[in-house]
Design a protein around this ligand. Structure first.
Ligand code: DON
Length: 577
């Protein structure tokens, strides 16, 4: 993981109230306020692109599409044309919609494609190179959202991205550091564009992307070009030449799926989030349902008691994630049962407030999924590097939460020849080896095995919360499995601990994902006393540098002010007007 701190000088320009944060990081305790509209994203230029479009009369969806395409230019680590994602849109009048533009496995993909003759996983096969890529969905997803709900022509909405690709933009420290990635050097087109054939970019140098500009112009004219036109032909030809699986037919058959957003509640707030093939909404709602039974506000923010209970809820919901979730178009996913408050209450019975459970010994409540529906255990999802989330609220109160990814930072490392964009390595989100015994000598489940046309299980958690029908919060994060715990931590921060949205985003994060059986803490922000209490309760503590990048917008329920909170762990920015 690369963790890059916000440059202090830049931060000083926009934020008046500062206090010294961790590792030289300047943290504001106050969100950016604006009266009308707000975009929060990992890059200031991408946030500005969204605001520019709203000032031209666009709505939150127009802005989200503008920001999404701009991120494909200014944040090649995760912003993308060659990846996929999810969009959650809530109209000001209250109806919510969800677009799934997750990648699909190509038709030639097969369940054992990343295994050698002996049945062992081939290192990196699902992570680097042409074969690691699923059929990209981002272009179709953004274009469909714009067509269904946007107000402005696509060309206009994409203008900022095209301008940024043509004219270039100054690379920040985080970009320069990420672009050193050795995997880029394995692929001549990536090496040429992102590493200038070995003359690596320095901070503040301008990155111009003429091929990407041309691709964006073609998409602006006709997004179908990506799936059935010249872009599709060029992409498929490059794949064929280099041993990739994606064909013109795969691209032509790619489908965005409109799905029902998941809905639940937490202490009087309505929580709307991502359904499968994301695990995000299910795990988030399961955790919140379990925690509703405890007086967390009384136990206190980041107290050992509140961390313990939250972690025990994570442990249980992540076990369900590992065993029961996958692409709903391929398996029956028991979503309704999992997010039922009665199921959470039954799970809660097994939580010992004084002692940590042992993940390997954890049993679901009697009569639930232990019998017929039981899927054998799989290893916990691993942490990979990059994804990006952005949140938008417009002047009318429409709200959009988008999380999008190439999976690893800079995806598979492959830039499509002549097209200027990186391809994902989302195939790694499937279980590469279903049926293999894990360390408990249990076999992995089938539910997330590779199959042609299938979508890999995700953790992306674009989420919207409302109170009495009024928009309250738009949230989401990067960070693989940690996405879900970060979003949960932020919701608990504002709802239970009385933090403002910026404080909730800044607050030190903790995470547990069932397997490995470790309570992970960010290495700054937890007191030794708290850690000692948690250890005495049986938690195996691991600390690591700051993680996730959460880009959120809250609405002041009294004044209607938009409050943007960009994560100080990365050089993002909330921009409003
Ligand atoms: O869809 C997923 O859950 C993963 N591909 C996301 C990867 C990720 O968040 C890495 N970020 N740090």
């Amino acid at each position: 993981m690369n963790f890059v701190r916000k440059p202090l000088i830049l931060k000083l320009v926009v934020v008046l109230s500062l206090f010294p944060g961790r590792a030289g990081l300047a943290q504001s305790a106050q969100p950016v306020h604006a009266q009308h509209a707000m975009v929060a994203s990992v890059h200031e230029l991408a946030s500005q692109a969204g605001v520019e479009i709203m000032q031209q009369g666009g709505n939150a969806v127009d802005a989200a599409v503008a920001t999404g395409f701009a991120l494909a230019v200014v944040h090649p680590q995760a912003g993308n044309l060659g990846g996929g994602g999810f969009m959650l849109f809530r109209e000001a009048q209250g109806k919510a919609y969800f677009l799934d533009f997750r990648e699909q496995a190509p038709a030639a993909a097969s369940r054992n494609m990343y295994l050698d003759q002996q049945g062992n996983i081939i290192p990196n096969a699902s992570m680097v190179g042409y074969k690691a890529a699923g059929v990209p969905g981002s272009v179709a997803g953004l274009a469909l959202a714009q067509k269904k709900w946007g107000k402005l022509p696509l060309k206009r909405v994409m203008a900022p991205a095209i301008r940024l690709a043509k004219k270039g933009f100054p690379l920040n420290y985080a970009d320069v550091d990420d672009l050193k990635d050795p995997k880029l050097a394995q692929f001549p087109e990536s090496y040429r564009i992102f590493q200038r054939d070995g003359r690596l970019y320095q901070q503040n140098e301008i990155l111009r992307q003429p091929e990407l500009a041309k691709t964006l112009e073609r998409i602006a004219k006709d997004p179908q070009d990506f799936y059935r036109g010249k872009i599709a032909q060029a992409l498929a030809a490059d794949m064929q030449k280099n041993g990739g699986l994606i064909t013109e037919k795969d691209l032509a058959q790619y489908q965005v799926k409109e799905r029902e957003p998941l809905k639940g509640s937490y202490r009087g707030y309505e929580i709307i989030s991502a359904p499968p093939p994301s695990s995000g909404g299910v795990v988030l709602l399961e955790v919140l349902n379990m925690l509703e039974g405890y007086d967390l506000p009384k136990l206190g923010n980041r107290s050992a008691d509140s961390i313990h209970l939250t972690v025990e809820a994570f442990r249980r919901a992540f076990m369900d994630r590992a065993e029961l979730l996958g692409d709903p178009d391929f398996s029956r996913i028991p979503v309704a049962q999992l997010i039922d408050k009665k199921y959470a209450a039954a799970w809660r019975e097994s939580i010992n407030p004084a002692h940590a459970s042992v993940s390997t010994a954890l049993q679901r409540p009697a009569g639930t999924f232990n019998q017929l529906d039981r899927v054998a255990r799989v290893a916990a999802p691993h942490e990979s590097d990059n994804t990006t989330h952005y949140s938008v609220v417009d002047a009318q109160g429409n709200a959009v939460a988008v999380t999008t990814t190439l999976n690893g930072t800079l995806g598979s490392g492959v830039t499509a020849q002549g097209l200027g964009f990186l391809l994902n390595n989302e195939m790694d989100d499937f279980s590469a080896k279903p049926g293999a015994p894990n360390s408990d000598e249990l076999v992995q489940g089938e539910v997330n095995a590779i199959a042609p046309g299938k979508r890999p299980l995700s953790s992306m958690t674009p989420t919207i919360a409302t109170k009495d029908g009024k928009l309250f919060l738009v949230a989401g994060s990067r960070g693989s499995g940690r996405i879900i715990s970060s979003v949960t931590n932020i919701l608990l921060g504002v709802i239970d601990y009385g933090l403002n949205i910026q404080e909730a985003v800044n607050a030190p994060r903790f995470h547990h994902q069932w397997m490995p059986d470790a309570l992970r803490l960010e290495d700054v922000g937890f007191s030794p006393d708290t850690i000692a209490i948690l250890e005495s309760r049986g938690h195996k503590i691991e600390t690591s540098p700051a993680w996730s990048d959460s880009e959120c917008v809250a609405v002041d329920l009294k004044t209607g002010d938009r409050m943007g909170a960009s994560d100080p762990r990365f050089p993002g920015r909330a921009v409003g007007y």
